[in-house]
Design a protein around this ligand. Structure first.
Ligand SMILES: Nc1ncnc2c1ncn2[C@@H]1O[C@H](COP(=O)(O)OP(=O)(O)O)[C@@H](O)[C@H]1O
Ligand SMILES: [Mg+2]
Length: 362
């Protein structure tokens, strides 16, 4: 799929801007703080509904204005779509696809598919497990709305359970209610874990190939899903998860929150059998992060049958020449929107100059 055009009104530092994109490589270039990341953020919002860098949505409205508006036109395999997203001064978002308002954020998944890569993503390997869970959750939600809805149900139940656990100090009589929450958590949790296991398996195959190529076959990358429950037998997963949750109940009462379940799981990342989350050098971390992201691209394309749009924010400067070249080679065949301060590669590209919250006519 490809984005045809993007119009921004009162979004971040853009009063009004309009940009058109080509099929292949598009380069947003301009000085620091000109608005390149803001433009990438607006596209990401039209795909994932959440900003990749803030949870305070009202920050995205141009200071002094009441409402931000994003209009994106998208060409998919069989037809065109329009996505319209509005953010008001309270940070409330409204979204219309083909002029029809969506009732649930989850309905947006499956419209515009993106794979987003930024310097923050480079830290995927060493960051907290939360970032690696988010990586799986975004990848899976884009593939299957049912995953996103299971995650929502799980998180809601988890919140209720944690509230109850916090009450335990004053009210010791909570076990029968906990039984109810734990049953729900095991059910939704097992569904989430089940899908994540599959995802990590496919990701392992795709990412390890890229990694082997980038490390000149000296290193072998291995990804596995890490979980407190016994995941060796899928039929027993729900039961095993339930048992683990109940086993830690006493401890969780003391702590006031639930410590077992998919909200605590992780992707184990190894190179030649060594845990990269602890031991990888900075160079290795970047190579792995790049391999993971390229893997995400391949999985999306295979699952959905259409290539996602690649959003590469400021990543070239973080990579050496060899990896820069590999990344650009990989992006051939995908619509790519890339930001940088200066683009000095030989690649053919649609160059869009950004200056002070405006698109400079080229
Ligand atoms: N809500 C907002 N209203 C006005 N300006 C904003 C808002 N949010 C961010 N900015 C401005 O946007 C600029 C940063 O844009 P950004 O896209 O991150 O730059 P870059 O081109 O370096 O990626 C900063 O000058 C910041 O003050
Ligand atoms: Mg930037």
């Amino acid at each position: 799929m490809k984005i045809i055009s993007l119009e921004l009104n009162n979004f971040r530092n853009y009063k009004h801007a309009f940009a058109e994109f080509d099929d292949g490589l598009n380069v947003l270039y301009g000085k620091n703080a000109s608005g390149k990341t803001n433009m990438i953020e607006s596209i990401y919002l039209c795909s994932i509904f959440h900003s990749p860098r803030t949870t305070k949505d009202k920050e995205m409205v141009l200071i002094g204005e009441a409402k931000a508006n994003i209009n994106l036109i998208l060409q998919k395999k069989y037809r065109k779509h329009s996505i319209n997203l509005q953010i008001d001064e309270k940070g409330k978002k409204k979204i219309l696809v083909d002029n029809i308002p969506l009732n649930r954020a989850g309905e947006l998944f499956g419209v515009l598919g993106v794979v987003y890569f930024s310097p923050d993503e480079m830290k995927l390997v060493k960051e907290s497990p939360q970032e690696r869970r988010r990586f799986m959750d975004v990848g899976l939600s884009q593939q299957q709305r049912s995953y996103f809805y299971a995650l929502q149900r799980y998180n809601k139940t988890l919140k209720q359970k944690n509230n109850l656990l916090k009450e335990w100090r004053n009210n010791k009589n909570i076990d029968s209610m906990l039984d109810v929450w734990d049953m729900g958590l095991a059910k939704e949790g097992a569904e989430i874990i089940f899908k994540r296991i599959e995802y990590v398996k496919v990701l392992n195959d795709a990412a390890s190939k890229f990694h082997t190529a980038m490390s000149e076959a000296k290193e072998e990358l291995r990804l596995t899903y890490e979980c407190a429950a016994d995941i060796s037998d899928k039929n027993e997963l729900k039961q095993s998860l339930y048992e683990e949750i109940v086993k830690t109940r006493a401890k969780d009462k003391e702590l006031g929150y639930c410590t077992v379940g998919p909200h605590r799981d992780d992707i184990k990342i190894e190179i030649n059998g060594k845990d990269s989350r602890k031991f990888a050098s900075q160079g290795q971390q970047r190579t792995i992060a790049l391999a993971l992201k390229l893997g995400e691209v391949i999985i999306y394309k295979n699952e959905i049958g259409e290539p996602p749009v690649l959003l590469l924010d400021d990543v070239l400067s973080e990579l050496d020449m060899q990896r820069q070249k590999l990344l650009l080679e990989m992006t051939a065949g995908f619509q790519t929107i890339l930001t940088c301060t200066e683009f000095d590669m030989n690649e053919k590209a649609n160059k869009i100059q950004i200056s002070d919250g405006a698109v400079i006519p080229g």
